[in-house]
Design a protein around this ligand. Structure first.
Ligand code: URA
Length: 236
């Protein structure tokens, strides 16, 4: 059960005081009947709430795609540095966190959510979810290096990296597809073959791809198609 005013906040109708005004002014109906009590208790997945006749869909969890820019840290909160969750501050959704790390100097797709189960499924190496990175390297990458990266390399951990895929784009540019997310993994993989990453961007994670029209620093909620794809892959 949930209070009407909280339900309206959680479905994005405004701040607590804004939604209280909507209720007071008689713009809100519950199951077709005008409701003026902000503390009215609701069965959030059964009662039909509408504002000015528009039904408010209750979403248990929230999902956003962020185009992370360089210079922002992948954390929820920090005393001195801007975080990826700060970029969504206007959303008024609580408990948001980023799914998987991108280094401060890395860019690209970052899923921000309050759904811990989805995060676990996307990140667990056992689930074999592909993460695709665009990598620009300091030195040209030869075929031998690409083969090593694909087979698994020693990055100083207990085990070699799991098999990966390399798609050569140019002498110094590759797409690297991995299914793990170890600390600084891509950078350490390139170091393991005597090279260095000079630019790193995540292009996709499982069925989610960085939208071409999503500017650096911008975000948007996952759309229906993206939610459907996650569902089809048993991730949601
Ligand atoms: N691998 C890295 O080295 N850095 C990232 O940000 C992501 C993957």
């Amino acid at each position: 059960m949930m209070r009407l005013d909280r339900f309206l906040c959680e479905t994005g109708q405004g701040t607590r005081s804004e939604v209280k005004q909507l209720i007071r002014k008689g713009f809100v109906t519950v199951n077709g009947l005008q409701e003026t009590a902000a503390d009215r208790k609701l069965e959030e997945e059964a009662d039909v709430v509408a504002v000015r006749g528009e039904v408010c869909l209750f979403q248990k969890f929230h999902y956003y795609l962020l185009h992370k820019p360089a210079g922002v840290i992948t954390a929820t909160r920090d005393q001195s540095q801007q975080t990826v969750v700060d970029l969504l501050a206007g959303e008024k959704v609580r408990n948001l966190f980023p799914v998987g790390r991108l280094d401060k100097d890395a860019e690209g797709l970052l899923l921000i959510t309050d759904d811990g189960e989805l995060a676990h499924k996307l990140l667990s190496p056992k689930k074999h979810v592909d993460k695709t990175y665009f990598v620009r390297t300091k030195l040209p990458l030869c075929q031998q290096d690409a083969k090593c990266l694909e087979a698994g390399v020693d990055i100083g951990d207990e085990t070699l990296t799991l098999p990966a895929r390399v798609e050569q784009i140019a002498d110094n540019e590759i797409k690297l597809i991995i299914q793990e997310g170890r600390f600084h993994q891509v950078k350490r993989m390139l170091e393991a073959v005597g090279n260095e990453v000079i630019y790193l961007k995540r292009l996709s994670m499982g069925p989610l791809a960085l939208p071409k029209d999503l500017e650096k620093g911008s975000f948007r909620p996952l759309n229906r198609e993206e939610l459907l794809k996650l569902r089809q892959e048993n991730l949601l």
